[in-house]
Design a protein around this ligand. Structure first.
Ligand SMILES: [Zn+2]
Length: 299
């Protein structure tokens, strides 16, 4: 696990490139430090909600900078969160990972509040680094030795944090807003999956038995992907992570909308032979555009 350090923080602030498409756009969601390291998001019955304590200005300003760069519709959706928490170091749930959370009214809180919890190692990374690390962790989790590299211009640090915030907010939304039952999801995304598992707690890159439907024309990452098969995912999925499960398919599409790569000069993924998938271009056509249009309609 990579630990956040003051040195790394200072470096990234100095190296972060300006990104003209980000403008101050309050009101911001409440930002908090999770004061109670025993908070258990999986607890059912006698559930205790997370407690909010003051967040250092460094974290608060980075969260707001990331929010300012999000697609306007995603900003609206992020405002539905009751709070954005930063986790303490050594927080035991998720082993250094960020997560999103919806309080199920039937056994947690009747108000059904939603939150995202950001690991300290989500901060201080450029978008190319954050995306490369995330997608390579997915490949590693499926036993694949292939590794990818994202190229992003301008490679703003605020977008690296936004990618994590948007991913986790989309998981909260999936449950809070019943995305799996939305008609465009049922009609335009679900047919490419064999089914939609009903889950409570989703571990990183857990496919929960999901597979691509025969008509999908794609191969599930757990079945092993060569470079060509990996690239064949990208006209149809927002990322290799999106191809893991129906829920991640929605979540990574939402994240792609949040990042609004059409505003970037370059947003692409390259494999070791030099072959690349131009995500900025692919998202404007075909199945990936159909997914984006569906998710935009849910924001
Ligand atoms: Zn996820």
């Amino acid at each position: 696990m990579i630990r956040f350090s003051f040195l790394a923080f200072g470096f990234v602030l100095a190296a972060g490139s300006a990104y003209a498409q980000c403008n101050s756009n309050p009101p911001y969601p409440t930002t908090c430090y999770l004061a109670d390291p025993t908070y258990d998001p999986e607890r059912r019955g006698n559930y205790v909600p997370p407690t909010c304590s003051a967040l250092g200005t460094g974290y608060d300003s980075q969260i707001k900078a990331a929010f300012d760069c999000a697609h306007p519709r995603v900003q609206q959706d992020l405002r539905k969160l009751s709070a954005i928490f930063v986790l303490p170091q050594n927080y035991p749930v998720g082993a250094g990972k960020s997560f999103g959370m919806w309080e199920n009214p039937t056994n947690q809180h009747v108000a059904g509040r939603s939150y995202i919890f950001l690991s300290q190692n989500a901060f201080g990374k450029s978008l190319s680094r954050a995306e490369s690390e995330t997608q390579n962790a997915v490949l590693a989790a499926t036993g694949n030795s292939l590794r990818v590299q994202y190229q992003v211009v301008p490679d703003a640090g605020a977008l690296g944090l936004l990618s994590v915030m948007a991913h986790e907010a989309a998981h909260a939304k999936w449950y809070r807003d019943g995305v799996a039952r939305a008609s465009c999801y049922v009609n335009r995304i679900r047919p490419f999956w064999t089914g939609v598992p009903n889950r409570k707690w989703v571990e990183f890159a857990d496919d929960a038995g999901s597979d691509h439907a025969p008509a999908s024309g794609t191969r599930h990452p757990k079945r092993g992907l060569n470079e060509g098969q990996l690239h064949s995912l990208y006209p149809r999925f927002a990322s290799v992570f999106a191809a893991i499960s129906p829920e991640e398919d929605f979540v990574e599409t939402y994240k792609l909308i949040a990042l609004a790569p059409t505003r970037l000069t370059t947003f692409q993924m390259t494999t070791p032979t030099g072959a690349s998938s131009n995500i900025k271009s692919l998202m404007t056509t075909g199945r990936l555009k159909t997914k984006i249009d569906c998710v935009l309609g849910l924001l």
